[in-house]
Each structure stands twice: as C-alpha cells, then as structure tokens.
Design a protein around this ligand. Structure first.
Ligand SMILES: Nc1ncnc2c1ncn2[C@@H]1O[C@H](COP(=O)(O)OP(=O)(O)OP(=O)(O)O)[C@@H](O)[C@H]1O
Ligand SMILES: [Mg+2]
Length: 354
C-alpha cells in the first residue's frame, strides 16, 4: 500500500506539445481515485508514468517517501489493467498461477492463493476453461486476477470496462470496487465516462489538454467546479455557460442583465466573464414572475425520467433548463438563476467566485 505523489510531472512524446504538463497530485494511501477527461487529455500517459512504463520528461514520482522516478515497472509493484484484457493461451487456473511460477513458496500455498483469487474475481466456476474462449467480461476478470495475485501496492485501471459487454459493465465495476474495499490498495481508475468516475471514486481528477484542472471530492467537482470546462463536462446535460460583461454590479449578457448579489465578491477589474448555472438549478415558471427573465421556449426534449430539458435560444445564448413540467414550443416562460447556484468564471474559464 502506498501514497502516490506526482510532482511537477511533464511528459512530451515529441518535442512540440507536451502530452501532460506540470501535473501535481497526491493520491492518498488506500483511497479510490478516478482520472477523467476527454480523449487525448493525457490519462493513459499519467498511468504509464505511475507504473514505470514511461519516464517523465520532467518531474518526480514518489511512493510514500521513496523517489521511484527511475525505477523500472517490475520494481514498483504496481498492477495495471488495460481496456483490452490480455489472457494467455492456457486455462483460467494456469493464467492465475502464471505470476507465481517463479516464486519460492510451497506449491500448496500457490494453489491456495490461486483458488482464493479466483473466488475474489468470480472465476471459481470456470477454472478449467480455456481463457481465450471466455467473453470479454470474464477475460477482464482473468486479467484482474492475474495482477491481484502479485499483491500489488497500487492498482491502476485504464478504461477497464470499455470493451466489456454493456450488460456486464455495472456488475464488474461494483466487483472492482468491492475488491478495492477488501484489499485497500491505492487505486486509480481512468475513464472518460463521468458516471463511472463519480460512482467509483472518492476523489476525481479532471484533466483537459494535458493539464490537471481539479482534483477533488465528487461533491466539490459538481458543486464547485474549478473551471467552466468541468461544469460543462460533468452533468447531463452539462452546465450552461453564458458569456457576458461585468458592468456596475451586474453582468450584461446582451439581451438580459444579471444583477450580482452583494454577497458575491469578484476580483476587481474583471470584465469579460462566463456565468455558469446547471440546468437543474434554473428555476422555471409558466406564469409571469416579477424579477424573473422572460424567454420563449425553443423546444422541449423529454428525458424519459419524469423530466425534460427546455431549450431556450435568446439572441446571443442557448440556455438549457431542467423541468418536470412539459412546455410548448414558442410559448413564454419565466426563469430565475438562484444566487447560490451561480458560478462565475473568468474569460479563460477559471473559477473566480468562492
Ligand atoms: N506513443 C505516443 N507517441 C506520440 N504521442 C502520443 C503517444 N501516446 C499518446 N500520445 C499523445 O499524447 C496525448 C495524450 O495521450 P493519452 O493516451 O495519454 O490520452 P488519454 O487521455 O489516455 O486518451 P484516450 O481517452 O483516448 O485513451 C495525445 O495527444 C496523444 O496523441
Ligand atoms: Mg487512454
């Protein structure tokens, strides 16, 4: 078990743009963490740096207090499970036994370990099956079992469910989580699926274009996104991000004006801003309400879960509002942006309100 520290990690595959840049993170011992971000943002690069398959161009990696930056993968005791499960052309039992073959422990003990791990990853009933003949989910169980048997200090998963049969994903994810709870290795789970990340991990790191934008609890990622990108990336649909200009204690959006609450302190000199509000936090009424904005409904899109999304197009903006009440196209509605759900970002999309 180990705490993993990434210190100023930069990695360039070629000379131009770094794949990851100046990443600083601490994964506490025995915790579950997710790395989330769009394709190409650098998730796999970070995992490979942690397990030693890649040496970063700059920066250091520590396991607890030991500098492991120069250590090869086999000296780090890190398990990594990839998207496409790799199984050897032998029985499930022999696949699990494989990592133990050269260990100097009694045969009986090895056998006991194989049976124990098979039980843990749900393979006891297929021990004699030829591993390559199994379906994707079962193959992934073999791959997980084979790295678990070495009792790794750190467990890395790189999109382990993306090649699994859809109906088996949820079960396997729950089982991975159960195994982590039992063994308590520090775990990092890479995915570009927000639901997977948010339901798996205690802390989630959001990356974009090689940069770490926020590494925080699931709650803070949703309630206090550090960047407009995160607000938009997390949620379905994501946060409304509306461009405007700060003027005399208000934000002017061109066709409507939002009065900034007195309690909201923004840095002085701020001009171009982005206001963020989640579709589920916008208040909506089909009857006139004083002080609320009047807009015209563009479309209503049922979400099939007892609510739908109202689309509003003003002259300058598209706004989405979650509503349990169905509304007709081209009819007026009144909406309100409650102060406690307002997020303000600067023109680079970085959060400015506390
Ligand atoms: N071996 C390589 N050689 C050159 N560039 C690479 C190599 N591997 C990755 N890259 C580039 O580095 C950047 C980060 O890639 P990485 O694979 O870490 O992203 P990712 O977040 O894992 O993406 P995905 O979700 O698609 O797996 C991308 O721009 C990618 O094209
Ligand atoms: Mg990847």
């Amino acid at each position: 078990m180990a705490k993993i520290v990434l210190e100023n990690i930069t990695h360039s595959y070629n000379k131009d743009v770094p794949a990851v840049e100046d990443v600083n993170m601490v994964f506490e011992d025995q915790t579950t963490n997710a790395l989330l971000g769009p394709s190409g943002c650098g998730k796999t690069t970070i995992l490979k740096i942690i397990c030693g398959l890649l040496k970063p161009t700059k920066g250091k990696i520590y396991f607890d207090d030991e500098d492991v930056t120069g250590l090869p993968p086999e000296k780090r005791n890190v398990a990594i499970v990839f998207q496409f499960p790799v199984v050897y052309s032998m029985s499930v039992y022999d696949n699990l036994m494989f990592p133990l073959l050269n260990l100097k422990i009694p045969q009986e003990e090895k056998k006991k370990k194989v049976l124990e791990i098979a039980e843990m990853v749900g393979l006891s009933h297929v021990l004699n099956a030829h591993a390559p003949r199994l379906g994707p989910a079962e193959k992934q169980r073999v791959a997980i079992g084979r790295v678990l048997i070495r009792e790794p200090k750190v467990f890395l998963f790189d999109e382990p469910l993306s090649s699994i049969e859809p109906e088996k994903k949820a079960v396997l994810k729950t089982e991975i989580k159960k195994i982590q709870r039992k063994l308590k290795q520090t775990t990092i789970y890479v995915t570009h699926d927000q639901t997977e990340a948010l339901t798996f991990a205690e802390k989630v790191a959001i990356m974009d274009k090689g940069r770490l934008l926020q590494f925080d609890t699931v709650e803070n990622i949703y309630n206090k996104p550090a960047a407009a990108f995160i607000g938009f990336f997390i949620g379905s649909p994501g946060m409304n991000i509306i461009d405007g200009k700060v003027k005399d204690g208000s934000i002017d959006f061109g066709d409507f004006v939002f009065k900034l609450p007195k309690t909201m302190k923004l840095p002085s000199g701020l001009s171009d801003v982005k206001l963020g509000i989640r579709p589920e936090h916008v208040e909506v009424s089909t009857v006139e309400k004083s002080g609320w904005y009047k807009f015209i409904v563009d479309a209503y899109e049922p979400a099939g879960k007892g609510f739908g999304i109202i689309h509003i197009s003003t002259d300058h903006h598209d706004i989405k509002v979650r509503s349990e009440q169905m509304v007709d196209e081209y009819t007026p509605i009144w909406v309100n942006f409650p102060t406690q759900y307002i997020h303000i970002f600067d023109q680079n999309g970085m959060r400015v309100n506390v």
